[in-house]
Design a protein around this ligand. Structure first.
Ligand code: ADP
Length: 513
């Protein structure tokens, strides 16, 4: 089974080859068809001509027999009896031979109106009667119609004789002739057998002629079309080559463009990273203002505790031996505890800040999202201590493990939580939840605060889109969140019923398989 797809492939398709094969097949079939139809037509024509000739000849013979045999015989003998009167038979034989001499008449029969053979060029057939029911043509001729039948070589004729060469049997009504050569009433039927051996030769010749003519006509047509097809094939080839070349150039151009796009994408990633960094710095700025107060308090406690202890030490040294120092010593563990706790508190605040502001390439790791959320909340806690009571957590108890950069994800949650805290400044609550759905984890940061206007919702992730007054918001937070979630193969969505109706941010991340 040939692979047509391969053969018909535009680059493999050989127009000339296909044209040549198809043309040869069509020319062959047409030549055969014409070679069959044309000789048939020719043979029909020849049979028609022979019939016409037979009609003409029989008509003539009718007249000659009447003039040279019937009339003189009747005048002389008053009767006709060919079966018994040898003289009459000889005379009729002579008239017929004179008239058929040199013609292609093989046999001749003369019947009376009862189908009785009254004369034949084959003497032994004289006297027989042909059953009219068996020979429809003779029957029809007795009723006044001209009839003929072609007897092909190898078959038998109406008398049951084997036909060596093709014959045309023709029956013609035989008439009485008036003096003025006009026909009188029908008195019998004349039947002649014409030699049609020529027919075979003629058909052969006609076939030869037809094949030669069709073949040469088709050949000329084939050649002229071949020249056109050749030209077309050349044009197609040139165009195909041009197309292939164009395709190759296109591939090169596509490759170049891809490289450019790749470069641009890298630049974009770099810019995005810088943006993340600058947003981190901005967040640090915001946090630092709040945290200054936070750090001030513990530091003040540490300082006053330390001072108190120093004072007590001094007193103890001054009254060494004269004074009971137990009271001073009792205060020591309490003060030192306060110092320790407050110092650790400061340390934790500062290390969180440091972690957050550290510039880094994303470092992907297997992490638990719930822990990242807890870490983020501990950073926010210090800044929004009083309002933080309104934050409700509902985290999934199943392991929520994803592949991600904990620092970057912390920044995402921090942005969302700070935004929610800003939105609920006047009033409202914040809900943070994690749910496992199919093979993803959904992190939801929902608030019942200020809400988002419908006309803003589509712009919310655009960089620099902010509704906050100058100096308060950069409009980069959500854009950065979007970028970070994107490189984590996740997505971030927002929904809000409008102003005053709160907002919900949903992050969907793929879980570790
Ligand atoms: P910024 O906070 O600096 O304005 P963001 O990209 O974080 O930048 O936020 C863009 C804008 O989206 C905010 O100015 C605010 O109008 C809106 N927005 C973000 N979070 C919320 C929220 N939870 N409720 C209402 N509006 C919000």
């Amino acid at each position: 089974m040939p692979n047509f797809q391969k053969i018909l492939h535009p680059e493999k398709f050989n127009l000339i080859l296909y044209y040549a094969i198809t043309s040869f097949v069509i020319i062959g079939l047409l030549s055969l068809a014409v070679g069959w139809i044309f000789p048939r037509m020719e043979s029909e024509e020849l049979v028609k001509r022979s019939e016409k000739y037979a009609q003409y000849f029989i008509n003539h013979l009718n007249y000659e027999i009447y003039k040279d045999f019937l009339r003189p015989t009747l005048k002389k003998n008053k009767y006709i009896d060919l079966e018994n009167n040898r003289d009459q038979l000889k005379r009729l034989d002579k008239v017929i031979h004179e008239n058929t001499y040199g013609l292609n008449i093989k046999k001749l029969y003369l019947y009376d109106m009862e189908g009785h053979i009254i004369y034949s060029t084959i003497p032994e057939h004289i006297g027989f009667t042909i059953d009219r029911g068996q020979n429809a043509k003779l029957d029809s001729a007795i009723r006044g119609h001209f009839e003929s039948a072609l007897r092909l070589a190898g078959t038998t004729d109406s008398k049951g004789s084997y036909v060596v060469e093709t014959l045309l049997e023709s029956y013609y009504p035989f008439y009485e002739m008036k003096k003025n050569e006009h026909r009188g009433k029908q008195v019998g039927v004349l039947e002649i057998y014409q030699d049609m051996s020529e027919l075979k030769k003629q058909i052969g010749k006609a076939r030869e002629k037809a094949i030669i003519m069709t073949g040469s006509a088709m050949g000329i047509l084939f050649l002229s079309l071949f020249l056109i097809v050749l030209k077309a094939a050349r044009v197609i080839n040139t165009r195909t080559n041009q197309l292939v070349e164009a395709r190759n150039t296109l591939e090169l151009k596509v490759e170049e463009r891809t490289q450019e796009i790749r470069g641009a994408y890298k630049k974009l990633q770099l810019t995005q990273r810088k943006l993340i960094q600058s947003e981190k710095l901005a967040s640090i700025g915001t946090l630092a203002t709040g945290l200054a107060h936070e750090i001030n308090n513990p530091l003040a406690s540490v300082a006053s505790c330390a001072e108190g202890l120093i004072e007590r030490l001094k007193t103890m040294q001054d009254y060494k031996g004269h004074h009971d120092t137990r009271e001073e010593l009792e205060i020591f563990p309490e003060y030192l505890n306060i110092i320790c706790n407050e110092t650790y508190r400061c340390k934790s605040i500062i290390s969180n800040l440091l972690n957050f502001s550290r510039q880094s390439e994303p470092k992907f790791d297997r992490i638990n999202i719930n822990l990242v959320i807890h870490d983020t909340l501990s950073i926010v806690k210090h800044q929004f201590q009083t309002r933080f009571q309104g934050v409700r957590l509902n985290l999934s108890e199943d392991p929520c493990e994803v592949i991600g950069d904990p620092q970057q994800l912390k920044q995402v949650f921090l942005n969302l939580i700070i935004n929610a805290l800003h939105a609920t400044e006047a009033e409202g609550d914040i809900f943070i939840s994690t749910v496992i759905k199919q093979k993803t984890i959904q992190i939801m940061v929902k608030d019942t605060g200020a809400g988002i206007k419908p006309e803003h919702i589509d712009k919310i992730f655009d960089p620099f889109f902010t509704t906050k007054p100058t100096g308060k918001g950069t409009g980069l937070g959500l854009a950065i969140c979007y970028g970070i979630i994107d490189i984590h193969n996740g997505r971030i969505e927002v929904s809000s019923e409008g102003t005053g109706k709160g907002a919900t941010f949903t992050i969907i991340l793929p879980l570790v398989a």
